[in-house]
Design a protein around this ligand. Structure first.
Ligand code: ZN
Ligand code: ZN
Length: 117
């Protein structure tokens, strides 16, 4: 699931902050991960002769931030077992037989309550 999620994470990072977004494929709402500041943002802006060094640190911190964003997203997104789309908790229903996204539940006439109403 983490791997699936990372492939959906959109990079919204800036030179100062790391942030990732995922779009629910049912309602189209974007979810943004908590942003993580780049620890060397000030130095990187001041010492352009050390750009390569700060670039490397930036990439390393970004990888970590992406993993953290993936974990965070796992609490808010589920993959529908029918259509295989990644949907947010308000579009994902707990049904009697199997938990499904809203659209599949409608189509299959399954009733359920959203994970987050
Ligand atoms: Zn949704
Ligand atoms: Zn579905």
């Amino acid at each position: 699931m983490i791997n699936l999620l990372s492939s959906y994470l959109e990079d919204c990072s800036t030179p100062q902050y790391f942030c990732f977004a995922i779009r629910c494929e049912v309602c189209g709402e974007f979810w943004y991960s908590s942003s993580v500041p780049f620890s060397k943002a000030a130095q990187a802006a001041d010492y352009s002769d050390k750009k390569e060094l700060y670039d490397a640190i930036y990439q390393r911190e970004k990888e970590r931030a992406k993993l953290a964003a993936g974990k965070e997203a796992r609490e808010r997104f589920s993959q529908c077992p029918i259509c295989r789309r990644l949907v947010c908790d308000s579009c994902f229903l707990i049904c009697d037989e199997m938990d499904l996204c809203k659209e599949c539940a409608d189509r299959l006439k399954e009733y359920g309550e959203p994970v987050v109403p």
